[in-house]
Write a protein that binds this ligand. Sequence first.
Ligand code: NAD
Length: 366
Amino acid sequence: MQVEVLTANDLIKTAPVFGQLSFDDHEQVVFCNDKDTGLKAIIGIHNTVLGPALGGTRMWNYASEWEALNDALRLSRGMTYKSAITGLNLGGGKAVIIGDAKTQKTPELMRRFGQFVHSLSGKYITAEDIGMDTEDMDIVREVTPFVTGISESIGGAGNPSPITAFGVFMGMKAAAKYKYGTDDLEGKKVMVQGIGHVGEALVEHLTNEGAQVFISDINHERLDEVSRKYNATIYVGDIYSADVDIYAPCALGASVNDETINRIKASIIAGAANNQLADERTHGKILKDKGIVYAPDFLINAGGIINVYAELEGYDRKEIMRKTENIYNTTLEILKSAERKNITTHNAALQIAQQRIDDRKRENLN
Ligand code: NAD
């Protein structure tokens, strides 16, 4: 029998939205268009059972609108599970603005985007993501209260990256406890890929713990700066086949893919990047079969969302740190549960998150 392979164009013809590869029972998808400011945005609202859909806005020069829609769908779904597993009363949403943040972002465009967010009456709450910063959220705040990640001077919780890094560090320690029987990272060789906002703060935690830190980045100035500051070793060569104990992806997503997965020598993968597994099913299974412990990204990088949630709930820094530290316990629990059930760690985390959503749905019906 001949199997017909559908191209992206075929899919568009047969199933414009509801049958998309990344469509996963999303509640609502909003297309925002404004000719005057040049705004073209898509807001993906995946699930609001646990609360309003919160997730950042990404501005990116997408190769096509199809790619932008796919990103909004994929990222908003990820937010649903991130908040659910972290125990936050938030749903999952994400927005993408099509365009180059360096040349096409204007205050008018951000204000217009904010008006679209406002039109959803709080069902979607935005924050910053790639291509956005606190100042942009401050502009959005001028036209809607449904925004987080604003400046501390106007009631925001400030930069989430150090909190994210602390959570990743906690998740990494839990993975070490599970794999090596101790969460002490002293002497462990750790490769940090991407030493931006989160990566650098992670390097600091690791250095303080006495780990042997290797760093890799495409930005050579940052490499020199971070290497000098923390006495970390700049790694030159193929980072995947490097002889290290832990690989921490802190750059872009999908770094664990068909090309890299069989070269990975590390026994633990724990990092900040979203969607680290190019294909969560296939690559999650390969890691499991190889005995590589994968700390699910959406679980251990939740420090940032815990930080912005504080803006909505009004809890303080101490509570933010307590909730983020708890990533250690949740990670350990997930890793053990994956072993018991003989499933991938990614699936174990998804199951627990889904269970929380299903339970709340039942409660809401009663
Ligand atoms: P960032 O832009 O500050 O840093 C990313 C770094 O990765 C940059 O230094 C960049 O030069 C480097 N990089 C890009 N491509 C690379 C490559 N191929 N190899 C090596 N280095 C490369 O971003 P960030 O805020 O530090 O976030 C890092 C990752 O964590 C992102 O994937 C982000 O989505 C995710 N994340 C961040 C937060 C947060 O609070 N900032 C929260 C959750 C998830």
